[in-house]
Ligand binder design. Structure first.
Ligand code: ZN
Length: 434
């Protein structure tokens, strides 16, 4: 038994048992859905058992509903804890995903609430136009804007043979910056491999024992800015750092077995994707980023360092297009845009000269694509609302980051930050019966 070797208390025995049932069920769903589990570092025998049992989707759904009912009973007996609430949301997401795989589809809003515990605002074309105009201003010319942007990107592309060296240096920079603010258990290690033709740009799998494997897609051309973003997002203080901290504090430290598994579809994945996406901002304040790019990365990439100052204004302008991409995904998944119109939307509002990659990503991972922007917006709003005096800002943000990733937080817990037009946490959705 997992709990036997950990510091669980008598009082937590029932929750520990529910958490263990959830992990078994998540492993069972992993047998039916190759995308469901990002990482698992619990007992190997549990995975073997899931492989042997190979539960049907119907059995997974009903077992999930039993866990939800048992959580409900525990809540009415003892009151709700943050751990129990987070566990319940994870199980609801699991049940929704099993139903979805069984062919029961719902509307986009229902899917986002059930899987990620969020409600995403609608945006009109009119609201999205100013962001496009901002990029247009930075890149004057007669060609379509997506073409102009593509040419600009190409001028910052790192030659394939230099990518490993530049990525390695970028990881070093992000690690140095992160370790200056966050203590990580030692030794923590990261291995990097370059693989062709994937649906993503990079992917990190935490393998337990404070080690992660990062895979970088070697097929698309990557700009110097993107490589640095990826290094922070995947490694430090992104996915690898987050998994290491959660393993140390939650799985090992508290004996909470549900933190030995990282499903792709669930409220925690949404928040942690958002936290990882804030990684570059957290590790590299703008001026420092410019200096490091100029002095260290541009020479390694063989690019002209005098052009480094062009990156930040374009990065900000292009990041402001993210809500437009989100809106396009919503319309596509809701059937308001067919595939050709969605691709046109991505070209028009996302400035993607090539849209196949995003289409494939959304066809496979659906609303998960929103986590990069909406998850980050939610976490950023939480940081902004809790930062306090400007003099304490940097240290406070690191503190908030650490506390977010080492607690059983779900989007609903960040409700005080959910102001303005950004994503808001959902009320607990009833399970879909469609
Ligand atoms: Zn990520």
């Amino acid at each position: 038994m997992w709990a036997a070797s950990c510091r669980g208390t008598e009082r937590d025995a029932i929750v520990d048992e529910l958490a263990e049932r959830y992990v078994h069920l998540a492993l069972a769903l992993g047998q039916r859905d190759p995308d469901y589990i990002d990482a698992y570092h619990g007992p190997a025998a549990w995975r073997t058992r899931a492989q042997a049992e190979r539960h049907s989707l119907e059995s997974i759904q009903s077992r999930g509903e039993e866990i939800i009912a048992a959580i409900g009973k525990r809540v009415s007996d003892e009151g709700v804890s943050a751990r129990l609430r987070a566990l319940e949301r994870q199980v609801r997401a699991l049940v929704f995903r099993a139903r979805f795989l069984g062919g029961k589809r719902g509307a986009f809003d229902e899917e986002m609430a059930a899987l990620f515990d969020v409600v995403v605002p609608r945006r009109t074309e009119r609201e999205l136009e100013p962001a496009v105009a901002r990029v247009d201003k930075l890149l004057p010319g007669r060609e379509p804007l997506a073409t102009r942007y593509g040419v600009w990107l190409e001028s910052f592309t790192v030659a394939p043979e230099r990518v490993p060296t530049v990525f390695d240096a970028a990881l070093g920079i992000c690690r140095e910056r992160t370790l200056a603010s966050v203590r990580l258990p030692q030794p923590e290690t990261l291995s990097v491999e370059f693989v062709p033709d994937r649906a993503w740009n990079a992917f990190t799998v935490y393998q337990g024992n404070f080690h992660s494997r990062v895979q970088v897609n070697s097929t698309p051309a990557l700009t110097i800015d993107r490589l640095l973003d990826l290094a922070c997002h995947e490694g430090y203080p992104g996915h690898h750092t987050i998994s290491v901290l959660a393993d140390e504090a939650l799985a090992r430290g508290r004996g909470w077995v549900e933190f030995t598994i990282e499903p792709l579809y669930g409220p925690r994945a949404f928040l942690m994707e958002g936290a990882a996406n804030l990684g570059p901002d957290l590790a590299l304040p703008a001026e420092e980023r410019l200096r490091l790019e100029q002095d260290r990365l541009f020479p390694l990439a063989g690019l002209d360092p005098t052009r480094a100052a062009e990156l930040a204004p374009m990065r900000d302008a292009v990041n402001a297009l993210a809500p437009a991409i989100v809106e396009g995904i919503r319309r596509y998944l809701d059937g308001e845009l067919d595939a050709p119109r969605f691709m046109f939307w991505l070209e028009r509002y996302g400035l993607m000269a090539e849209q196949e990659g995003m289409l494939k990503f959304v066809n496979r991972f659906r609303g998960y694509a929103l986590a990069y922007h909406e998850g980050a917006a939610l976490v950023r709003a939480h940081f902004d609302a809790s930062t306090g005096r400007p003099t304490d800002r940097v240290a406070r943000r690191w503190e908030l980051f650490r506390s977010l990733v080492t607690s059983p937080t779900v989007p609903g817990d960040l409700s005080s930050a959910s102001t303005g037009r950004g994503v808001t946490p959902a009320a607990t959705p009833p399970p879909s019966d469609r």
